[in-house]
Design a protein around this ligand. Structure first.
Ligand code: SF4
Ligand code: SF4
Length: 382
């Protein structure tokens, strides 16, 4: 097969409309330097409307509105209404904070198709601890609101060492709330989750138990709820076909207009990502260096270069390769064929041995972001 890929349309547009968020999740995938993108740096309504039109003209069919907390944008209804008018299927990915009855009604009127509500846990204590907010009760009410507006009830819970043993109660909670879909997504270790990895990585035994519990529930609720258990690649030793291939299906636009092949790719060094303020989406998708660098298999080296499984996983995740080896073109270290697979094995072994990290958990908030990004700098006030 040719190493030069045929480029189809960006079927999925992920509009990260803001990094502002009332929650402070320890596993958040937003960038560590999120405080550098303040409200004043966010794309205007007119910019977003243009991005929606350009991506749709290129063939995008699904549009996810995400963040941060997308409900922090007062123009969200305008963006959703335009997306619907253009023919997108629209998704709102929300913590539920800000989804008042009035807001739900206006989003319904704008034509929103689908809401995905995130929970941190099935207990108030851990939900509120992990997000550093008191939001558990509120989320329960939002679940009922979603049902009352006739949206499919889709729940997402990021799974990690601190909540994985509650998986039975998490599924029971989703069932009680009338969820039709429940995604139990094992944390991916990027951004804030990578900082906190040694607190969050489950043991192998925890994963085995959680899978068995999920399988038992799957049979029990087969007539009413679909359960997705997204397996952790650290334990599986199976590189994932990240974003279904670099620049293959997904186009992410961040709050300041940076266009990315995946929401964490901005961390990769030596790669200039284009901005929708400077270029139209067609140029970005087809001609920019940022989208072309890791497309297909031509960039591969090391174990990947001669591997028969190239098409299966396209070399795994570039961000993970960079975070764990310092080289974004390396074989993803979760792959047993990687020379650096020992890094991942050591992390899993430390989790299995119950090693307690010395560094405390870091909560995702602008203050931590500024301290981590600009150590020694004074606080930004805007
Ligand atoms: S993971 Fe938590 S902190 Fe991050 S955007 Fe989502 S709700 Fe906000
Ligand atoms: S060597 Fe590369 S292409 Fe082969 S399985 Fe591992 S990550 Fe995938």
């Amino acid at each position: 097969m040719s190493a030069v890929p045929t480029v189809g349309p960006p079927l999925w547009l992920l509009a990260e409309v803001t990094y502002r968020c009332p929650l402070h999740c320890v596993f958040c995938y937003n960038p560590i330097d999120l405080a550098d993108t303040g409200r004043a740096d966010e794309l205007s309504t007119a910019d977003w409307l243009r991005v929606l039109r350009e991506a749709r003209a290129l063939g995008a069919v699904q549009c996810g509105f995400s963040g941060g907390e997308p409900l922090m944008r007062e123009d969200l209804e305008d963006l959703i209404a335009e997306a619907r008018r253009l023919g997108y299927y629209t998704n709102l990915l929300t913590s539920g904070v800000g989804l008042s009855p009035e807001r739900a009604a206006s989003l319904k009127a704008a034509g929103l198709d689908h809401v995905q509500l995130s929970f941190q846990d099935s207990t108030r204590e851990l939900n509120d601890f992990l997000s550093h907010t008191k939001t558990f009760q509120l989320k329960q009410g939002v679940g009922e609101l979603i049902k009352s507006h006739g949206w499919p009830m889709v729940m997402n819970v990021v799974i990690h060492r601190l909540n994985i043993d509650h998986i039975d109660r998490i599924i029971a909670m989703a069932d009680a709330l009338g969820a039709e879909y429940l995604e139990l997504a094992n944390s991916q270790y990027y951004s804030w989750a990578h900082l906190n990895r040694d607190h969050l990585l489950p043991t192998s035994e925890q994963i085995r138990r959680a899978e068995a519990v999920t399988d038992a529930w799957r049979e029990k609720v087969a007539d009413r709820m679909k359960l997705f258990f997204v397996a952790p690649d650290y334990h599986e030793g199976q590189p994932k076909k990240c974003m279904n291939g670099w620049g293959n299906v997904f186009l992410t636009v961040t709050p300041d207009g940076t266009a990315l092949p995946c929401h964490t790719a901005k961390m990769l060094p030596g790669l200039a990502f284009p901005n929708v303020r400077d270029h139209d989406v067609r140029h970005i998708w087809h001609d920019s260096e940022g989208f072309n660098r890791y497309r297909g298999t031509g960039w591969m080296k090391g174990a990947c270069a001669t591997c028969p499984d190239q098409q299966k996983d396209l070399g795994g995740c570039r961000c993970q390769a960079f975070l764990l080896t310092g080289d974004p073109a390396a074989t993803d270290p979760v792959c047993p064929k990687s020379e650096r697979h020992g890094i991942v094995q050591a992390a899993v072994a430390a989790a299995d041995a119950g090693e307690v990290p010395t560094r405390p958990l870091v909560f995702r908030d602008p203050k931590s972001s500024r301290l981590l990004t600009h150590p020694g700098a004074g606080p930004r006030t805007s």
